[in-house]
Design a protein around this ligand. Structure first.
Ligand code: BG6
Length: 482
């Protein structure tokens, strides 16, 4: 791996604290940070290098649901040697002069700053200052190496703003320098869907309208918005996770086989799915959990959605008339993210009349928790009678933590960026296709229905399926238990 400098704008913000700093520690622990690389944090506060290193240490001690393991001091010491800090306001041109000087100083000391990754862990309304100033100081390119820029979803807040941002980016960078990050694309459990589908020939011939009755995607969380009210109240569930993570889940589960495993070929197939979605604005249900309006930094009269459920179709020969139901929400009954492909039940089945004999087979991609790929099948209960019982044929990730280490998506995507591999990043057209679909739903957005925390959302979401003679599948915790 090339050595490089990682410049993180917004190092004292929430994203850096929750995700980036822990992931950098993990990478140090696994020796994944190349020799001679530097991490340069950028933020407003005045901190010496020592104080900055102390800050890093403190962040690593904070309670973090994504990062629970103990910190080894010897690893931290190693990481510490790579840590640097430059302070200043993002809209202040002097910051960039200072940063440039600092990098020159590091280069003189033999550290590598010719290759650079700029990670924008800041508010999107600050991006343009960063782009402009990097260009003004010729820091957006490098004669002796590469320069890459990472920005997080959401890219824009609708199609228009996404296009504006994509166009703006192109004034300063080329597309191959831009890494638009949706961390779901970095999830091992999502990436393995491609391997499962396109290296095993058994299932692929069945993944189409002749065999699949309908598809469900659930991303439920049993917790609320926490301290993210300021952000969340502007966005809501459909834009926060629907526009990006969940559409990507659908794309992975239904896309055609790419002609080869390259960024261009894989992205092209994802885009084809995204562009073929049929918006059904009257088949969207919004919900808001009771008590949401009292959350910190939330408008007391907010009508933002903390839950949504929708129905759509993939307008392709392969999936014509196969309904797709998607739901996501906060403060629901259970935390679980999964894709279920429910198979058709043939008219004739030998044991159909026996109790439970008409249950469908379901292929489940469990993204989290109890990560795995499982097939729900009917089996005979051992004994003298013919009794049927649904069971799971399962591939699980966590059986043996030594052989099944699952890298954090941020770690995975950071490594991809260092390697210059954009396969699991969004390109401009892709993000715009996602927004085009979401915009056409939101245009006629209705007020959210209130739901009780700890439930599966408003009953109107159940009706969405009931009127089609179906029901939501409750994510099972029976398989892939740790
Ligand atoms: C983020 C959303 O992008 O994804 C959060 O902003 C959501 O609201 C999170 O909780 C879910 O990610 P994960 O990896 O925990 O499923």
């Amino acid at each position: 791996m090339d050595s490089f400098a990682l410049i993180i704008f917004g190092i004292t913000g929430n994203l850096a604290q929750i995700k980036l700093i822990p992931v950098l520690y993990d990478m140090a622990e696994k020796n994944l940070l190349p020799e001679g690389m530097s991490i340069i944090g950028v933020a407003r506060g005045d901190m010496s290098k020592i104080e900055f290193q102390k800050y890093f240490h403190e962040v690593l001690q904070m309670e973090n649901i994504h990062h629970k393991h103990p910190i080894k001091e010897e690893v931290f010491e190693k990481l510490c040697q790579k840590l640097h800090y430059v302070n200043g306001n993002i809209d202040d041109p002097n910051l960039y002069l200072k940063l440039k000087e600092y990098m020159k100083h590091l280069t003189k000391k033999g550290l590598s700053c010719n290759n650079r990754i700029y990670y924008l862990a800041t508010y999107p309304d600050l991006y343009h200052h960063i782009f402009e100033n990097l260009q003004k100081n010729s820091m957006n390119k490098s004669d002796k190496g590469w320069v890459r820029i990472m920005i997080e979803k959401p890219i824009g807040h609708d199609l228009k703003s996404a296009r504006e941002l994509n166009n703006l980016l192109l004034n300063y960078f080329t597309e191959d320098q831009i890494y638009r990050l949706d961390h779901y694309l970095g999830k091992e459990t999502l990436q393995n869907i491609l391997t499962f589908r396109f290296t095993n020939d058994i299932f692929e011939p069945l993944i189409n309208k002749d065999f699949i009755e309908h598809i469900q995607i659930t991303a439920s969380e049993d917790f609320g918005i926490g301290k993210r009210g300021g952000y969340y109240d502007q966005v809501g569930a459909l834009k926060d996770v629907g526009q990006n993570h969940q559409l990507q889940m659908l794309a992975f589960a239904t896309m055609d086989a790419p002609s080869e495993f390259t960024n261009e070929a894989v992205t092209k197939e994802r885009i084809k799915i995204l562009k073929s979605l049929t918006p059904l604005p009257d088949k969207v249900v919004y919900g808001q959990y009771e008590g949401y309006r009292k959350e910190e930094n939330v408008d007391p009269e907010s009508n933002i959605d903390t839950f949504y459920a929708l129905k759509t179709y993939i307008n392709s020969k392969r999936f014509r008339d196969v309904p797709v139901y998607i739901r996501a929400g906060k403060k629901l009954k259970q935390t679980a993210t999964e894709i279920s492909l429910v198979f058709k039940n043939p008219t004739y089945r030998l044991f159909k009349k026996i109790s439970g004999g008409d249950e469908p087979n379901i292929l489940i991609y469990r993204i989290q928790p109890n990560e795995g790929i499982v097939l729900k099948i009917l089996t005979k209960v051992p004994g003298h009678e013919i009794k049927l019982k649904p069971e799971y044929m399962q591939y699980c990730y966590r059986i043996d933590p030594h052989t099944h280490y699952i890298p954090d998506p941020y770690e995975r995507l950071l490594i991809d960026t260092i390697r210059g591999d954009q396969t699991f990043f969004n390109d401009a057209e892709e993000v715009e296709a996602q927004w085009a679909f979401i915009d056409s739903l939101i245009a006629t957005r209705s007020k959210p229905h209130t739901y009780k925390p700890g439930t599966w959302g408003p009953k109107e979401a159940d009706k969405l399926l009931e009127e089609d003679g179906r029901e939501w599948l409750e994510p099972s915790m029976e398989f892939c238990r740790i």
